[in-house]
Design a protein around this ligand. Sequence first.
Ligand code: MG
Ligand code: MG
Length: 275
Amino acid sequence: MIHAKTTEEIELMRESALVVSRTLGMLAAEIKPGITGLQLDRLAEDFIREQGAKPGFLGMYGFPNTLNISPNAQVVHGIPTDQPFKEGDVVSVDCGALKNGFYGDHAYTFEVGEVAPETRQLLQVTKESLYLGIREFRLGNRVGDVAYAIQQHCEGHGYGVVRELVGHGLGRKLHEAPEMPNYGKRGRGKKFVEGMVVAIEPMINMGTHRIRQLKDGWTILTADNKPSAHFEHNVALVNGKPELLSTFSYIYEALGIRSEEEDEFRSSPLAPSRP
Ligand code: MG
Ligand code: MG
């Protein structure tokens, strides 16, 4: 069952999402050759708690850390380690926060120093597919419309769309109905309703869509060891249209990147200004 949110609940969810957005922005400035996932994890936990929130993933289903840190061929659910990142790595960081009873949950794939052009392209196309999917999250559409938009864009570039892991509804629970797959057919699946909030999160592989799991019971890797990318936003359906609750603008601020990619999804006068 889909839990539609009231206007007040959506504003609380925006604050939960922004706790995560600020945390990813703080991490963006730290992600350089030599830093480790465990160091990032400690920084993130402190920063989330300083904002009056709790880490959303810590202890969830038994996960041992605040962040999912998934470098290179790791797709998602990587456990932070003391292995330093090196020049040319890409690192997917997924972060959750719980504040006022609501979850924020989003992710960004960071470049460590200079990254190979074909890997940068994978990140770019995956992020483009996220916004193409978000554009389809509107009244009259269904889960399959978002899924189709993401799949078409990524497969059009020859990439593999992970099947086994999907986006989801978001709210008082980290994972609510409906499931939001990144592959599917137009016009199929659950109908979108006003006030629903979802996490849309393409997980896209440079090569095969097939994945495997490490013996740690968490880490998901590509079956062919080629790189993978993961970008995730939290989006509310407001006045029939998608409205972003999360933002990458703190990341872009830290990295000195100018971007207008989120502008069309900020219709609400209540939406916060950029940092
Ligand atoms: Mg996530
Ligand atoms: Mg998620």
